[in-house]
Design a protein around this ligand. Structure first.
Ligand SMILES: Nc1ncnc2c1ncn2[C@@H]1O[C@H](COP(=O)(O)OP(=O)(O)OP(=O)(O)O)[C@@H](O)[C@H]1O
Length: 269
């Protein structure tokens, strides 16, 4: 059953930021969370993670109200990779990844055991940053930090993994490596993504948010139509399909932009 949001709403200063969203997340699958800037993706992920309390509706984890589950139980189950993470500057990379092991320790202050170290090192290797374990966090590049953060979440051994634009800062080879890893893991993954082509290529299921509302949900071919893309992103796109039926988008112009017709015609010629 995994995660289920039922009619979830969250407001800020009286404005609905997430507005009556109902979704059931496919267990073991890779679900892409799409939507323009400010459409509510991060807020919805935080609601799914139990980091924000819904103003209305409920988030269920295996049928239990997330709000009522002890935080430690949730932390053993569910890992989050936020967009920007501030971490103590003095920590080494290995220390950062070991933070992911805390929910599994018998006592919060217990030192890391052999088992924790093994999990942490395996997670670093899976993210292709095994050689960085002794480096201090502030010396890492943006892409290295991102991969170490993902290793921290994997070391947590979650059943559900929620990621907010994890491909930020990554070059194309590392973006593909990360999405290969996420697609191959048996963990239930929900990830916010901006790249519609990568989402179409890798995700089994897509959720499309617009102004806080869920406007489409389903397999990529169903969600990413030229009509939906134009309505939600105000961008014209030509969509072709691969042999497997996955959509591939070529962006023609911003809808209504000056010169839009001309560039659209040029692109079609
Ligand atoms: N605490 C808050 N107080 C006021 N407004 C907020 C708050 N949190 C989020 N918002 C607003 O809610 C909207 C949705 O924000 P959110 O970060 O969820 O969007 P997003 O889809 O993740 O955007 P992006 O793609 O730019 O990361 C934005 O307009 C944002 O400014």
């Amino acid at each position: 059953m995994s995660l289920h949001a039922h009619d979830v709403t969250w407001t800020a200063q009286g404005r609905p930021i997430v507005d009556g969203v109902t979704v059931e997340i496919a267990p073991g699958g890779l679900t892409g969370l799409l939507g323009p800037n400010g459409s509510g993706k991060s807020t919805f992920l935080r609601l799914l993670a139990g980091l924000l309390r819904p103003a209305g509706g409920t988030v269920l984890l295996d049928g239990h109200d997330l709000d009522r589950l002890p935080r430690r139980d949730v932390a053993r189950r569910l890992a989050v990779v936020a967009q920007e993470v501030s971490t103590d500057a003095e920590l080494t990379v290995l220390d950062v990844v070991l933070l992911g092991r805390i929910p599994h320790r018998r006592r919060l202050v217990a030192p890391a055991g052999e088992d924790d170290l093994e999990h942490a090192r395996r997670a670093l290797r899976r993210c292709g940053v095994g050689e960085l374990e002794r480096r201090r966090w502030p010396t890492l590049s943006g892409g290295e930090r991102q991969r170490v953060n993902i290793a921290r979440a994997l070391a947590q051994e979650p059943a559900e993994l929620l990621l907010d634009e994890p491909t930020n800062h990554l070059d194309i080879a590392h973006q593909l490596a990360l999405l290969d890893l996420l697609a191959a893991t048996p963990v239930t993954v929900v990830t916010a993504l901006h790249d519609l082509n990568l989402a179409a290529q890798y995700c089994g299921h897509l959720l499309l948010l617009h102004e806080g509302r869920l406007v489409a949900a389903g397999p990529p071919g169903q969600v990413l139509t030229s009509e939906t893309v134009e309505r939600v992103y105000r961008v014209r796109a030509e969509i072709t399909r691969s042999a497997g039926g996955r959509p591939s988008l070529r962006f023609l112009s911003r809808a209504g932009a000056a010169g839009a017709d001309r560039s659209g015609a040029a692109a079609r010629a």
